[in-house]
Design a protein around this ligand. Structure first.
Ligand SMILES: NC(=O)c1ccc[n+]([C@@H]2O[C@H](COP(=O)([O-])OP(=O)(O)OC[C@H]3O[C@@H](n4cnc5c(N)ncnc54)[C@H](OP(=O)(O)O)[C@@H]3O)[C@@H](O)[C@H]2O)c1
Length: 244
């Protein structure tokens, strides 16, 4: 039984790969740059003495997803846990001016996630077990002018995972929606925020434990559940006037 981690160049993904390998599980890390994925896998093997294979995964190569999953299963066996850590925040202003940019953000964060999750769902249902972890975002909880293209794709992903969780519950397959707040990664480089930023290592520890506890919807840092509760409660008539 193995753990599949998609988006292996993410520091959150790398830290998670170490945790699962340290836990004795066989890991497969995948990224759109196969050499980067191989380097991540080598690092995991050296540091944990565990099993870690790697391969190429381009989220928007939808037609290649079925063959990709077969490759993973051939390399490390049936997938017990799959973590979708890939994502693309894009640039809101560019997306407003150029639909192709918006399309890319929607395809990576939503269409691709649905495509690979449906294949994982079939694989795990057949085996009557498994766990799918989708990394969404607090940005998906309410549309804001500063990032609503990315936010809407992550929000749609969250809604999709909710339906998938409902569908797979009776098959014994666990689906966890992760709603991350700010994390110190490439994605947030240079972002100025008055809100504390989590490290990839603390995020991976929390996600690892939450996945094993079979949580359904997991906000991290946890205080974001409260923040988003307040933001979602603001009446639309007032919200549309805010600069957020
Ligand atoms: N950092 C935050 O504050 C924050 C907050 C909320 C949610 N998240 C989510 O957390 C997850 C991890 O992101 P991160 O913060 O660690 O940022 P990151 O370092 O930018 O990681 C994003 C990952 O997605 C991969 N990716 C992008 N487009 C892809 C494609 N077409 N095919 C395959 N992989 C692709 C990237 O691969 P390349 O190296 O090839 O680009 C990279 O591995 C993402 O889903 C992100 O949306 C992050």
């Amino acid at each position: 039984m193995s753990v599949l981690i998609l988006g292996a160049t993410s520091r959150i993904a790398q830290s998670l790969a170490h945790r699962y390998a340290e836990n004795g599980q066989s890991v497969f890390v995948a990224a759109r740059d196969a050499e980067e994925a191989a380097a991540v896998a080598a690092d995991v093997r050296v540091r944990t003495q565990g099993v870690c294979a790697s391969g190429r995964f381009d989220a928007t190569d939808f037609d290649g997803h079925a063959a990709f999953l077969e490759t993973v299963i051939g390399a490390v066996g049936p997938v017990e846990v799959a973590v979708l850590a890939f994502g693309d925040m894009g640039d809101q202003k560019t997306s407003e001016a150029d639909f192709e940019a918006a399309h890319q953000v929607i395809d990576v964060n939503y269409t691709a996630a649905v495509s690979i999750c449906e294949r994982l769902a079939a694989h795990m249902s057949d085996r009557a077990g498994g766990s799918i972890v989708g990394i969404a975002s607090v940005a998906g909880d309410r549309g804001r002018q500063s990032n609503y293209i990315y936010g809407s794709a992550k929000g749609a992903f969250g809604l999709y995972l909710q339906g998938l969780r409902n569908r797979l519950f009776k098959a014994g397959v666990h689906v966890m929606t992760v709603k991350l707040g700010f994390v110190d990664t490439r994605m947030t480089f240079g972002l100025e925020t008055g809100i504390p930023v989590a490290s990839p290592e603390t995020v991976s520890r929390a996600l690892f434990e939450a996945q094993r506890a079979r949580e359904d919807v997991f906000y991290y840092p946890r205080f974001w559940r409260g923040i988003m509760g307040v933001i979602k409660a603001i009446p639309e008539a007032a919200f549309k006037r805010l600069t957020l």
